[in-house]
Design a protein around this ligand. Structure first.
Ligand code: GLN
Length: 478
């Protein structure tokens, strides 16, 4: 049965329909794989074997009655632990929320439940989605499945590792500045950040609301299309949610690909990127050229500027969003206080990790007094400039081709990797600031066996084209 681990969602779907195996059998194969690999990989914070088998049984019963609900019915998956599931722990990998149980479902979780997908559990992450290596989790260590001495990337590192280690068919993460795409690149899986607003944020713990997007992690481009198709659709619970004008992603995967106009970015230059990553980028360009694409190099604001704007805006919004963890409303409460102010201070002091505190302090400072105009407002201007320039660029080109991350997965032990952490998002923040979709496409391995990847960024609502192009690269790589 273990060959079931190498099948796509579409293959599982046809096999389940043909009664080659049941959803219970499929779920058991994944639970066995989790049992075998988890001690090394550490992708999960919560595992719900019982609930998964129950959901799988219900799926089998539906199918027998001729009432299967579509492509994802009976497919095992996992969720980053900042996505709420009713009656399940919602920790955000924080001490502060270690024992917090959600009273309701996030819309994306609910839609997967309603589609009959089988939830295996919740994945590890950087605390409150702040980080690029999953090393800022207060609740567990996640290792890269291709090399346990390396990080899986972050902040959705548990989700990416789970899919790469075949402990889950697909996973959802969240991407504020790159947190789905970068771990996908480090673990050799697909990671899609859709257009802002396309997936509901209702029930997804907020980091920086104007940037946060739910993202999809899968092993193939087509799987990504299948999951996305099940999740889109306006949600009245999220005022920023929008209807997708072209939601037939699986159909888009079968469409012939016309000659593309592709841009590469001059400021993301060879000097800023590892040699093997640069090589992968050139090969990807070659494949697209062979398929008839015209590729030209264009200008965008330098990564330093984009990163600076991102870090100010993300921290400012996070400092405000995280004010709700006060020891009264959610999760942990310090026992040690004599006044309300002390209750707040001691709860937050003990509950949050260092990185979260650093960002709350930095973000608060960016909004205070004269700093507001000097930093926050200026960052907004840079954001607006990037948004306009990307829009202009994407009116002339179908997509932008860049690396996903300047490096492959780096060694665990964050002191050695502080600098790398700071640069990890340099290629991903553009799409986040502009609100446009981007996908990280796995692109083989380097000589040390670590995954390589490239990123495709497109105009708003062009997920279909991005995934279709990703599939072209997938097929060319074999
Ligand atoms: N690595 C980035 C950061 O730490 C991105 C985080 C994210 O996308 N959630 O801010």
């Amino acid at each position: 049965m273990s060959d079931l681990l190498n099948r796509t969602i579409l293959a599982h779907h046809s096999a389940l329909e043909a009664r080659e195996y049941s959803a219970v059998e499929l779920t058991q194969v994944y639970l066995d794989q989790i049992a075998m690999r988890e001690s090394e990989v550490g992708a999960f914070l919560t595992l719900d074997a019982e609930g998964a088998l129950r959901a799988a049984e219900e799926s089998d019963r539906r199918r027998l009655a001729g009432k299967a609900r579509g492509m994802l019915d009976g497919i095992p998956f996992s969720l980053k632990d900042n996505i709420a599931v009713k009656d399940m722990r919602l920790t955000c990998a924080s001490r502060l929320l270690r024992d917090y149980v959600s009273p309701y479902d996030a819309t994306v979780a609910l839609r997967l439940k309603q589609a009959g997908a089988v939830l295996l559990g919740k994945n590890n992450m950087d605390e409150f989605a702040m980080g690029s290596s999953t090393e800022y989790s207060a609740l567990g260590v996640t290792r890269n499945p291709w090399d346990p001495s390396c990080v899986p990337g972050g902040s959705s590192g548990g989700s990416a590792a789970a899919v790469a280690a075949k402990e889950s068919v697909f996973s959802l993460g969240s991407d504020t500045g790159g947190s789905v795409r970068q771990p996908a690149a480090f673990c050799g899986v697909y990671g899609l950040k859709p257009t802002y607003g396309v997936l509901s944020r209702y029930g997804v713990v907020a980091m920086a609301s104007s940037l946060d997007c739910v993202g999809v992690l899968t092993e193939t481009a087509q799987d990504c299309a299948a999951v996305l198709e099940c999740l889109v659709g306006k949600d009245l619970c999220d005022a920023t949610s929008v209807e997708h004008p072209q939601p037939d992603f699986l159909k888009a995967m079968r469409a012939p690909l016309r000659a593309l106009r592709v841009a590469t970015v001059s400021s993301i230059s060879e000097e800023l990127v590892d040699a093997d990553v640069w090589q992968a980028l050139q090969s990807a360009a070659e494949i697209l050229r062979d398929a008839g694409a015209v590729i030209e190099t264009v200008e965008l604001p330098v990564p330093k500027q984009a990163l600076a704007a991102y870090s100010v805006l993300a921290a400012a919004e996070a400092s405000s969003n995280l004010a709700r963890y006060d020891g009264v409303h959610y999760g942990m409460r310090s026992e040690d206080y004599t006044s309300l102010a002390e209750l707040y201070a001691n709860t937050r002091g003990k509950g949050f990790g260092d990185e979260v505190k650093r960002r709350i302090l930095f973000g608060t400072d960016m909004l205070l007094g004269e700093n507001r105009a000097r930093f926050y407002v200026r960052a907004q201007h840079i954001r607006e400039r990037i948004r306009c320039e990307m829009k202009e660029l994407l009116s002339k080109y179908d997509l932008i081709l860049t690396p996903t991350s300047p490096t492959v997965a780096f060694a665990r032990g964050s002191s050695a990797s502080q600098e790398r952490l700071a640069c990890a998002d340099m290629c991903t923040v553009y799409a986040s600031l502009a609100g446009v979709p981007a996908v990280s496409v796995p692109f083989g391995k380097n000589e040390n066996g670590l995954p390589l990847a490239v990123q495709l960024t497109g105009r708003a609502f062009s997920e279909g084209l991005l995934l279709r192009t990703a599939k072209l690269l997938e097929e060319a790589l074999g």
